[in-house]
Design a protein. Sequence first.
Length: 229
Amino acid sequence: MTIIRVLIADDQALVRAGFRALLDIQDDIEVVAEAADGDEAVRLTLEHRPDLVLMDIRMPQCDGLEATRRITAKPELADVRILILTTFELDEYVFEALRVGASGFLVKDTEPADLVRGVRSIVAGDALLSPGVTRRVIGEFAARTTGRPGGAPMLGAKRLEQLTEREREVMALVAEGLSNEEIATRLFLSPLTAKTHVSRAMVKLGARDRAQLVVFAYESGLVRPGWSG
């Protein structure tokens, strides 16, 4: 059995203890370290190289957004996934965290089983957690960057030109929240072919994972806020 190694970053000791108790009882999950602020989260991530960091968005000194930015900027931590924890679903920091490389987010009062399932899902490289809610967050805040007068998408059209027409089509469906199997059904492809198109789009755009691919889809204008395929 492959053990998923998790680091918990939260400034509240009681919250950390609760997450640790929940995760450590799972046969396939091990909490390897705890951090009380963003600086410590970065240091311990470098030290322990966990598979996933549960990252509180609001922490003193160095917050979860800055810690996420610093972790995802380090090539040696490219395989570390970050799951953002937030008190409110529509949090202005959530979109930015996803943009800089977080793999998804959960509200702190989520059901325990959903948290465990989310950890396993992200480490396995699956689709975004709660894609409907996540799309609303991304759509709302992407609108601020692409919809302002005179504004330009952060990811220009030239970046999209690297993708084939099929890869752009698949990328739009990823932004809709579809899994590889659902994309395959929609486009009459095999799941393996759909996965290949997703992987190629991620490589060409330099996306860490599916979450960042969704952000790119909005920022480039390929998908508009409120869009549904």
